[in-house]
Design a protein around this ligand. Structure first.
Ligand SMILES: [Zn+2]
Length: 368
């Protein structure tokens, strides 16, 4: 039995290296379903998102945290959530996730989303910032001035103020085929002449931003693989980053591939062949629910154990923090436990790897 290996103590305190704010307001069913995943509509053509591995996982694992039996109907779950109130329900779910450190992508919101401080308070942990490059660039562009110098100055200032990394959403804007060499300031200025300042969509600008973050020495996260219908998934295969990765590996600045599904095997390969590449299964884990063990197993085929990090990629709902953490702990325990039971590794090996993936890899990558 996998649980005979007892990895629980090694998976207690997690570093969540990619996550977002949540809403602590009261949510009706339509609002709740609207935040469950990145589908455009909460009830696509008369279906419900509760009829999915994610919906089952919420009923199975979140219901008991709110004092209900596992697998109560969705309406009962939402009625109990409303009875407790969004803030109290969120507090219980976040506390149950047992995440000690949150690296928060502050590029979404703020709007009604919790601030970093509120999120840390709800989780009972600490929070550090990850700066979203495109948002910072759009703010600089709106302010006029010297774009290149101002972006660099603001990135250095953010690091000085405690930010531990940067994030690129090039996948959403231009796909992942970024240039191997950093565009010159002339090329950048020419590209900026034609862009919509409210939404930067230009491969030269995206490439310049990514190279700049690496030059400054900020660990650089890339959205990879699936998200919402804004992106073209075909252009989000991380293998498209190969030229960029080859060009940046000698700098020794970590590059982190986020989410990755359905390209988690490609990401694992890149993490193996490039010194500075790391990966996670955030978003993927809670979206695949009870079947997330299969995705983790496929990832562990190739990824070096020092290159895999935990993230929830939770956004909007505290439920997604709990499920990201719980399903991660469970699937890692299951897969490592099987290998120990089959005599392929020692208990000590499994405990060591659990600690690496749960927190030590993130601490090393981000110098926490
Ligand atoms: Zn995210």
């Amino acid at each position: 039995m996998a649980d005979a290996v007892e990895l629980g103590p090694h998976l207690g305190d997690l570093v969540d290296h990619h996550c977002h704010g949540i809403l602590t307001t009261d949510l009706d069913r339509a609002a709740f379903e609207g935040l469950m995943n990145e589908a455009v509509r909460a009830s696509p053509l008369g279906t419900t998102l509760f009829d999915s591995t994610l919906g089952w996982a919420i009923r199975r694992h979140c219901a008991p945290v709110l004092g209900l039996e596992p697998l109560v109907p969705a309406d009962d779950y939402l009625a109990r959530r409303a009875e407790l109130g969004g803030r109290e329900a969120s507090r219980r779910l976040m506390a149950a996730a047992r995440i000690g450190t949150l690296l928060v992508d502050t590029g979404l919101g703020p709007g009604e989303l919790t601030s970093m401080a509120e999120l840390a308070d709800l989780a009972g942990g600490t929070a550090r910032e990850i700066v979203r490059l495109e948002r910072l660039a759009e703010e600089v562009l709106a302010g006029g001035g010297d774009f290149a110098a101002d972006v660099e100055a603001r990135l250095r200032a953010a690091r000085g103020a405690g930010a531990v990394g940067a994030k690129s959403i090039a996948a959403y804007r231009v796909g992942l085929e970024l240039p191997a060499t950093k565009p010159s300031v002339d090329e950048l200025d020419r590209a900026l002449e034609g862009v919509d300042a409210a939404r930067l969509v230009d491969p030269t600008v995206s490439g310049w931003l990514a190279h700049t973050a690496v030059e400054i020495g900020l660990p650089l996260q890339f959205h990879v693989g699936y998200g919402d219908s804004d992106l073209d998934l075909l252009d989000c295969d991380p293998l498209r980053l190969t030229a960029f990765l080859r060009a940046t590996q000698d700098r020794g600045v970590p590059v982190l591939l986020l989410h990755n599904w359905p390209y988690h095997r490609q990401a694992a390969y890149l993490a193996q062949v490039f010194d500075h590449v790391f990966m996670d299964l955030g978003l993927t884990t809670h979206n695949t629910g009870a079947l997330s063990t299969g995705v983790l197993r496929e990832t562990l085929e190739l990824v070096p154990f020092g290159k895999l990090l935990f993230s929830s990629d939770a956004y909007g709902l505290a439920e997604l923090y709990l499920l990201g953490a719980l399903l991660f702990r469970r699937s890692l325990s299951t897969v490592l436990g099987e290998l120990v039971t089959e005599g392929e590794a020692t208990r000590e090996d499994a405990a060591y790897v659990a600690g690496l993936v749960a927190r030590e890899n993130a601490r090393r990558v981000y110098a926490l």
